[in-house]
Design a protein around this ligand. Structure first.
Ligand SMILES: [Mg+2]
Length: 166
């Protein structure tokens, strides 16, 4: 199902060595806003830089694919040392496919990670890659975001009893 994530985790920080080994993961396509940082904020959430270092030490390839503009994505991507694709146009797949090619890891060893069903999860599923839905770092209060979350709840019910919390 195109709206259904393969995994549902509290945040990227829950992706650890055991999880990667268990699910044979060698590369991550990462969303940026609310997955690595607060929406539009050029600072990473606490724990994220250390988590990225850990991923690198494990040899995990990573690349950001964001729907945001280059102007918004570039500063934080540079700070975090992550290559990126801006204007990723998720749920279309070309941004993600480009990232997969750039990382040089087959799709079956890759995960698409993000906080939104209609962009991140859908794009990953359409590209034939396993997906991780994470909880957004900060729940947006604007009506467009509330509407989006409401629409998401129609296609994927976030049952918090099932959430793999760490
Ligand atoms: Mg996001």
């Amino acid at each position: 199902m195109v709206f259904k994530p393969t995994f549902w985790l509290r945040s990227v920080l829950a992706i650890d060595e055991d999880f990667l080994r268990k699910h044979k993961v060698r590369a991550l396509v990462l969303d940026m806003d609310n997955t690595l940082s607060m929406h539009g904020d050029p600072a990473a959430e606490s724990g994220v830089p250390e988590w990225l270092d850990k991923m690198r030490s494990l040899g995990i390839k990573m690349r950001v694919v964001s729907n945001n503009t280059k102007r918004r994505v570039a500063p934080l991507a540079a700070k975090l040392g992550l290559p990126f694709t801006a204007n990723g146009a998720k749920p279309l797949t070309f941004g993600i496919n480009r990232a997969v090619r750039a990382m040089g890891v087959p799709k079956r060893y890759t995960l698409v990670v993000g906080d939104q069903i209609f962009t991140d999860v859908m794009a990953g599923n359409l590209a034939g890659i396993r997906t991780v839905l994470v909880e957004p770092f900060h729940l947006e209060k604007t009506w467009t975001f509330r509407l989006k979350r409401k629409a998401e709840s129609l296609v994927f019910h976030r049952n918090y009893d099932d959430l793999e919390m760490k």
